[in-house]
Design a protein around this ligand. Structure first.
Ligand code: FRU
Length: 489
């Protein structure tokens, strides 16, 4: 090993979150379920652990727990780097990219032309296609690329495809600076601009990226359309984050129900997430677990970049009767949870509950769930023998969930890293619940049935083996459970 190579950090390799074996990864791309296989493509630099000429890396899974890395799917070509995009099964071969009667996999992605950028041109991003006839293993860029040339917009990227059965055409949602463009095509190649949404709407603190539009059934039984839009910077806790809009879509135009800003995840480390194509019974989502503020300085080696746990997105009624998007860990993940190391039923938590004995059986990968009929302020403090501390909890006065990683270990990542982050409580009423999913180097907090979500990286120098739950005032518990999470590798 040469002197310049950083020391490997296996202690921060998540056990059940996807990471590439080595090198740089950002956004999830081309999420498609096909023939029983979940495909996860991703922004990838095969030759460096910092961002550079983007390729599409590739991983597959049949259960969302075990991921197998596959050969690189797409590499930069004469038209440029391969930026983010999506993939679909072209069931009736409308693209004509497969032989008659076949159903090719088709990917739509952004070509980013570095030469044009260096020459000062704003016409540097255009949309292109590639197809696969061997179940996603190898990909051929389309000879007619780009299929959607740049119309004179500096930011013009991240196509997300969806089949519209009512109109018998394809829809492409595209990030265009401060708005989303909706394009339609019968064949994935001849794109017509239908409408644009977003100028002056929602959070506008940074450039809009990686859109996704999908229908969900609301609690009132009616269908609504959810539009995800990532932006960086401008997130609720600084840097990168994903907002969403709830509204209607008539096949041409998206109309939001209101102009309120809503966040999919309030934590600092969930970005550019989108949903799987080809999964009909649920909106299955995954995000990139990092933040452009410090992504290139994250102290892991030989890889840099991880995905969130796969999540199911559902519409729920929250505070003041508004329709909100809730995130729940995909049900498959329950298979990782071992027999409880600690289980409490209905009782009163007077002050302090020591979790250390239970944590000793976990290697730092665990699921802690609690539910209460009357949520009160409390703090959970985790520690280890190196003196690292991670605190999180609920602030009853501010009515906010929070995570404080200021003393969580290696925090010298970037000046914005050592911080406390918080999320508003988004339900009325006293009952509350919390699920904390811990893997090496990360916690994902799902509160109030997934309405307040926070994803937060941390680089603790030893696994969490000490834990104390401290209630500010006596708190009624319905249940509390701590379970080790199995390493599926
Ligand atoms: C989002 C993003 C996308 C772009 C890609 C480049 O993180 O900036 O807009 O396509 O990353 O790697």
């Amino acid at each position: 090993m040469s002197d310049t190579q950083p020391t490997p950090t296996p202690q921060w390799r998540p056990a059940w979150h996807f990471t590439p074996a080595a090198q740089w990864m950002n956004d999830p791309n081309g999420l498609v379920f096909h023939d029983g296989v979940y495909h996860l493509f991703f922004q990838y630099h095969p030759y460096s652990s910092v961002w550079g000429p983007m390729h599409w890396g590739h991983a597959t899974s049949t259960d969302l727990l075990h991921w197998q890395e596959q050969p690189v799917a797409l590499a930069p070509d004469a038209l440029g780097m391969i930026f983010s995009g999506s993939a679909v099964v072209d069931h009736d071969n409308r693209s004509g990219l497969g032989p008659p009667g076949s159903a090719p996999l088709v990917a739509a992605f952004t070509h980013h032309d570095m030469a044009a950028e260096r020459a000062g041109s704003i016409r540097r991003q255009s949309q292109s296609l590639a197809f696969s006839l061997d179940r996603g293993l190898s990909w051929t860029p389309c000879a007619a690329n780009p299929v959607l040339p740049n119309p004179g917009r500096r930011d013009f990227r991240d196509p997300k495809l969806r089949w519209l059965p009512e109109r018998q055409c394809w829809l492409m949602a595209l990030a265009c600076g401060d708005r989303i463009g909706f394009y339609s095509a019968p064949d994935l190649s001849t794109w017509t601009l239908e409408s644009e949404f977003g100028a002056g709407q929602g959070a506008q603190g940074g450039v809009w990226e990686c859109p996704d539009l999908f229908p969900l059934t609301a609690p009132d039984g009616r269908t609504r359309w959810v539009l995800l839009v990532s932006l960086t910077p401008g997130g609720p806790n600084g840097g990168s984050a994903t907002q969403y809009f709830v509204g209607d879509f008539d096949g041409h135009r998206f109309v939001p129900e209101d102009t309120q800003v809503r966040w999919l995840d309030f934590g600092p480390d969930n970005y550019a997430g989108v949903t799987w194509s080809g999964v009909e019974d649920r909106a299955l989502f995954i995000g990139w677990m990092s933040n452009w503020q410090y992504a290139t300085q994250v102290p892991t080696a030989p890889w840099r970049g991880a995905m969130t746990l796969p999540r199911e997105l559902v519409l729920r009624t929250g505070l003041g009767g508004q329709l909100l998007l809730a995130s729940r860990p995909a049900r498959e993940l329950q298979a990782l949870a071992q027999a409880p190391l600690l289980e409490l039923g209905v009782q009163r938590l007077d002050t302090t509950l020591d979790l250390s004995a239970a944590l000793a059986g976990t290697d730092g990968c665990f699921l802690l769930t609690l539910s209460t009929p009357a949520l009160q302020g409390f703090t959970l403090s985790l520690g280890n023998e190196r003196g690292d501390r991670l605190h999180l909890g609920y602030d009853a006065q501010a009515q906010r969930w929070w995570i404080d990683r200021r003393a969580s270990g290696e925090v010298d990542v970037h000046r914005s890293f050592a911080a406390q982050h918080s999320a508003p409580r988004l339900v009325d009423g006293g009952a509350g619940d919390l699920a904390l999913w811990f893997d090496h180097g990360v916690v994902e907090l799902f509160a109030d049935d997934g309405l307040s979500v926070m994803t937060s990286l941390h680089f603790n120098r030893q696994p969490w083996c000490q834990g104390v739950l401290q209630a500010e005032v006596p708190m009624a518990l319905d249940s509390l459970r701590l379970q080790a999470l199995r390493d599926p590798r």
